[in-house]
Every structure is written in structure tokens, then in C-alpha cells.
Design a protein around this ligand. Sequence first.
Ligand SMILES: Cc1cc2nc3c(=O)[nH]c(=O)nc-3n(C[C@H](O)[C@H](O)[C@H](O)COP(=O)(O)OP(=O)(O)OC[C@H]3O[C@@H](n4cnc5c(N)ncnc54)[C@H](O)[C@@H]3O)c2cc1C
Length: 251
Amino acid sequence: MRARQVVIATGPFQTPYIPALADRLDPLMLQLHSAEYRNPTQLPGDGRLLVVGSGNSGLQIAAELAATHPVTVAVGTRSTELPQRIAGRDLFFWLTRAGFFTAPSNSRIARRLRDRGDLVIGTRSRTLRRRGIDFRPRLTDVDGRTATFADGTTVDVEAVVWATGYRSDYAWLHVPGVVVDGAVRHTAGATDVPGLYFLGLPWQTCRGSALLGFVGADAAALSPRLADGAVLPAQVGHLGRQPATPAASPG
Ligand SMILES: Cc1cc2nc3c(=O)[nH]c(=O)nc-3n(C[C@H](O)[C@H](O)[C@H](O)COP(=O)(O)OP(=O)(O)OC[C@H]3O[C@@H](n4cnc5c(N)ncnc54)[C@H](O)[C@@H]3O)c2cc1C
């Protein structure tokens, strides 16, 4: 298909990320990424489960699993934890009011927020600890069924849930200079290539850029750029892979 303009809106959660050390786990052991996790019945028996990652997904999954299994959580990065509701209002109400979602990505406050990582909302590790969940620092090694953590402690586990996030995958996009070292080069979604845009990137213009309630502002800001009528240059040719040249038929 030929297009004069292209908006890439493939989302920030394209490829579930699992650290390479997962290869050293016992091959017979069950491991799931949080993207595949649905409920505790997916996990075996009543042996100890390891949840790697203590972001929103990791802590919510750990809380659910703790009803049926002993659970250890490996904490790679300690996030700021906030309650879902404050003074009778949802946290989003307060964060929106405080301009948390709309502060420009290059502002000082936004840079500080980015450095601190995502907020964990509605789950407190202190409460989970009281419910018997065992918290350890970053997972540094695994060998068979034994997990080793940054403080040198080890624990034997029956299965692992990787709540280690996602990575973007633009391997299909063959336009030089647009994705450099895995990061999209753009200004508010517009790339240096006329007619090629992105929408829904994390921090495209602000924290809200990859959230359902706020992405509309980025779309509205991009629409006049599209109306300008910039057209993909002919030499860009194929965004995706060139179709293979059909082999000459014998005879
Ligand atoms: C666990 C979790 C909880 C979340 N909770 C919230 C929340 O409470 N509130 C909130 O606002 N946001 C939440 N989000 C973020 C939310 O997912 C995004 O805001 C929203 O999905 C972004 O929409 P999108 O259309 O940009 O991307 P997506 O919904 O990711 O859609 C992208 C689409 O592009 C497709 N695609 C990818 N590559 C290609 C390709 N090469 N060709 C064709 N199609 C392709 C994908 O298959 C997908 O269908 C959450 C995300 C996660 C992972």
C-alpha cells in the first residue's frame, strides 16, 4: 500500500521484556511474563513463586498470588507508592489538577518524574509485607530453581512471573535516522522525515502522552501538521520490508 502520510501508533507495550538470565532457569520450570498472566491457577501447586519486578503489574500480581502461594518479589527499582484514593477522590483527579500529566516532557518537574520511574498506584509493599510476601532486592542470577538477589541471598522457587515491562520493537520500520538506538527521534510526534509521525509514545509531549485520558491533546496538536500536507519523500519508498523479489520460475 502506498501512503502520502503515515502516523505510527503501535503503542509503548509491543514486546514483553524478559532479562537474559531467564535462560539459566530450569527449562522444566514454568515462567510467564505479566502479559500472559491471567490468574493464580496458571501457576503450579503451592510452592514458592518469584515475581520479578515491583511496578504496578508486579505488585498487583504478587498480591493476588499471595492468597494461594508463598511469594517472593524481587525489587529492581523502588517506585513511589501512592493510594488510589485521597480525600474521597481518585488519585488521577489530584494528579491532573497538579498538572502531573501535562507538564512538558522537557520541563524540570517532568525530568524529575521520569528519573523516578512510574508511580505505583493503589498497592503498598508495606501492606504486602504484612501479608507475608517476602521482598528481596534486584534479581542478579538464577541457576536451575535457585534465584540469587543483589544482597547475596538466595531462594528456591517453583515458578517465575516476569513483571519486567515491555520494549518497543521497530524492527519493521526501515527509514534511516528515525529510530536511533531503539529510541524514536521526534519533536512532539513529528519526525525529521516529512509525512511521518508518531502518536502515543511515552513522554511524547508529557506524561499523559501514553495514557488514554490525555493522548487526545497530542492527536489534536498533530492534526494541523498532517493538514499541512507534508508528503513522505519518494526515496523513503517502503516503510516496511521490501517484498522479496519472486524467484524466476524454472524453465
Ligand atoms: C498493564 C497495563 C496497565 C495499563 N493501565 C492503564 C490505565 O489504567 N490507564 C491508562 O490510561 N493507560 C493504561 N495503560 C496504558 C495503555 O495501555 C495505553 O494508554 C493505551 O493502550 C495506548 O494505546 P495505543 O493505541 O497507543 O497503543 P496500544 O493499545 O498498545 O495499541 C497498539 C496497537 O498497535 C499494534 N501494532 C504494533 N505493532 C504493529 C505493526 N507493526 N503493525 C500493525 N499493528 C501493530 C498492536 O498490536 C496494538 O494493537 C496500561 C498499560 C499496561 C501495559
